[in-house]
Design a protein around this ligand. Structure first.
Ligand code: URP
Ligand code: ZN
Ligand code: ZN
Length: 496
């Protein structure tokens, strides 16, 4: 057999192994792993020297907001062109952004709109999660089951944000549907009333600056909602994934739930390792650059997040890239000195997600290379039904690869990034390790600091249902049958 490309002499890392070998690519897929494959390169093919470098699966960013209109009417600064270019330069080869339903909208129409946005612009492959803000019988009974079968097998629900949140009854309806169909539910867990009450009191007292955003989104609000949604998922006996976890309290709740055998998964993001609530207390409106929800916390929570990536509380580290510029199109849409309630929530980070995690995780010895690959790529593929094609370097998988120079030192600055933002929260931070050569389905996407692919060359990825192991907690449920009362009323997927 001949190959289109052989990546020679690198250290190849998967979630399971680290090995020095060549990677051969043919027809966009990984065709062979082994020694001395370069001799079998076809005429016109190429050999890429990876000696001294790491060859990793391209990253999967399974939580990012791209060309998404927020419920308050803010459009993200990045479209599918700038976001996917930026992702690729940071070693990410698959993104799973959201097709976001606003109340009253048909989910099917929303999905079509997002395809229209992504198709002509994306340069790497993409799937979609859905955001369900209107859990009507029509949406849950008709639209969602059809969409799940068409490859939209995960959806996010919110416990806060006035225009997005679902009450517990609606959450149970969504969880019941997910159980029946085998889909994955992602949950934004913050207690809405706590946040709303604190916000009202703070604003009444004239405390409007960005730093009060962090106070209003109290750690307790996240902890309470995380515990509550775990209980709801336990009632339904259905997997959930709690997204963008920022506090020790929430992390411990997730860890304990899984220790009890529940399929409760967790995601955290670089902002919860690197930024603090003090960043919101910069002069003028500068602090708005760091307003996201949940907000950055403190150093004790940073340590809890690191413990969580080490002890498998968290299965994925995503960017939660939600880019709003520091101008009247974004953070300052309500004037140069806005109150925190009217600041677009979200921060950028799609390009720096992997270098930050690599530098501060692998570089300090907190996690090893295999765990880095798991957190940044492999687990997302498993959780969201992409594992046959993405997230690993194995024969038959798509040749989505990132060659990393582990010694390359980079000072992050907005000028070197490829998104459409006018700031980065990580300005001036030094990292060691950066991807220098990136492929997607065997196409070279980034080489020598240049983009090598055309607009719209990324492809849509229909997702399969996640294949998750059975929960370990059968005995717990047998000891306390009432705990799964809701689930026992539901027909099993197999049986229905
Ligand atoms: O503040 C954030 N994270 N904005 C993006 C929307 C979300 O809830 O993930
Ligand atoms: Zn969220
Ligand atoms: Zn988000």
């Amino acid at each position: 057999m001949t190959y289109d490309m052989v990546i020679r002499g690198g250290t190849v890392v998967t979630a399971a192994d680290v090995a020095r070998c060549d990677v051969a690519v043919r027809d966009g897929r990984i065709a062979a792993l082994g020694e001395d494959l370069a001799g079998a390169v076809a005429d016109g093919g190429r050999v890429v020297d990876a000696a001294g470098k790491l060859v990793l699966p391209g990253g999967i960013d399974s939580h990012c907001h791209i060309e998404q209109l927020s419920a308050s009417g803010f459009m993200t600064a990045d479209d599918f062109w700038s976001a996917t270019v930026s992702a690729a330069f940071g070693g990410t080869t698959t993104v799973i952004p959201f097709a976001a339903q606003h109340r009253g909208q048909s989910l099917r129409t929303v999905v079509e709109e997002y395809h229209d946005r992504a198709g002509p612009k994306a340069v790497i492959d993409y799937a979609f999660h859905l955001i369900i803000s209107d859990a009507t019988p029509q949406v849950l009974g008709q639209e969602l089951p059809g969409l799940i079968r068409d490859g939209y097998t995960s959806f996010k629900v919110y416990m806060t944000y006035e225009l997005l949140r679902l009450d517990d009854y609606s959450l149970l309806n969504v969880l019941a549907l997910a159980r029946r169909e085998g889909a994955m539910v992602m949950v934004h867990a913050e207690n809405h009333e706590m946040i709303q009450w604190l916000t009202d009191r703070l604003l009444e007292a004239g405390n409007y600056q960005a730093k009060f955003h962090a106070i209003s989104h109290a750690a307790l609000a996240e902890g309470e909602a995380t515990g509550r949604v775990i209980s709801l998922s336990e009632l339904m006996d259905v997997p959930i994934l709690v997204v963008h976890v920022s506090t020790e309290r929430a992390a411990v709740a997730i860890r304990e739930a899984r220790d009890r055998g529940l399929r409760v998964y967790g995601e955290t993001c670089p902002q919860y390792f690197f930024l603090t609530a003090e960043d919101l207390d910069l002069h003028g409106a500068e602090g708005t650059k760091f307003c996201c929800s949940p907000p950055p916390r403190d150093e004790a929570d940073h340590e809890a997040m690191w413990r969580g990536v080490v002890n498998d509380t968290f299965q994925v580290v995503s960017s939660d890239h939600a880019p709003y510029r520091f101008d009247s199109s974004g953070k300052l849409a309500h004037g140069p000195d806005p109150d925190f309630k009217h600041v677009a929530n979200g921060i950028p980070g799609i390009e720096v997600r992997l270098p930050l995690l690599f530098s501060e995780g692998v570089g300090t010895g907190r996690i090893d290379l295999q765990r880095f690959v798991e957190l940044s790529s492999t687990n997302a593929a498993r959780l969201y039904g992409l594992e046959d094609r993405k997230g690993s370097i194995k024969v038959g998988a798509d040749a989505d690869l990132a060659i990393w120079d582990p010694d390359l030192e980079v000072t992050i600055s907005i000028d070197m990034l490829h998104d459409n933002m006018d700031y980065t929260p990580y300005e001036g931070r030094r990292v060691k390790g950066w991807p220098v050569f990136v492929t997607s389905r065997g196409r070279v996407v980034v080489e020598d600091g240049e983009l090598k692919v055309e607009r719209g060359s990324g492809e849509f990825l229909p997702c399969e249902l996640p294949r998750l192991a059975e929960p370990l907690g059968q005995s717990v449920r047998e000891m306390d049958p009432g705990r799964n009362f809701g689930a026992r009323l539901m027909p099993d997927r197999e049986a229905s």
